[in-house]
Every structure is written in structure tokens, then in C-alpha cells.
Design a protein around this ligand. Sequence first.
Ligand SMILES: [Zn+2]
Length: 79
Amino acid sequence: MPNPKRKHTPHRRDCRRSANSKLDAPNASKCSNCGAAKMPHRVCPECGFYDGKLIVAKKVKKVQEDHLSKRLRNNDNRA
Ligand SMILES: [Zn+2]
């Protein structure tokens, strides 16, 4: 039965093991409201919007609050 002639060095062993353990970057999609990167099919962690609707109200800066209230009024008009 064939056997290796020499024991492999720890470096060679570790290189072999690390070659298969690279992590993939998680998928990210763009929020349709604020454009931030977010997980697909999840509420945006930055603005709390999903599918163009406000799902989770968050504390936001005053400039964004005006934008949000405008957006909410538009949603109310449509409904
Ligand atoms: Zn967002």
C-alpha cells in the first residue's frame, strides 16, 4: 500500500485546511426607500421600510422625519 515518503510540515497542512474555509460575503440588496444595503426580503434596518411601506418606526434625524411624514401622508392618500 502506497504511503507518503515524508510527514507534511504544519505549514503545508494548515495551508491545505485554510484553502477550503473562505467565507462568502452575505447577499445584500438595496433599500428602495433609503438606498442602504440590507438583507433581501427583510425590513430595512436603517429606515424600517419594506415593500415601500413603513413597517418599523424608528428614531430618525429631524431631516429624515420630514421625509418620512411626507411619505406617510402619501401612503394615506393612496389607501
Ligand atoms: Zn431603508
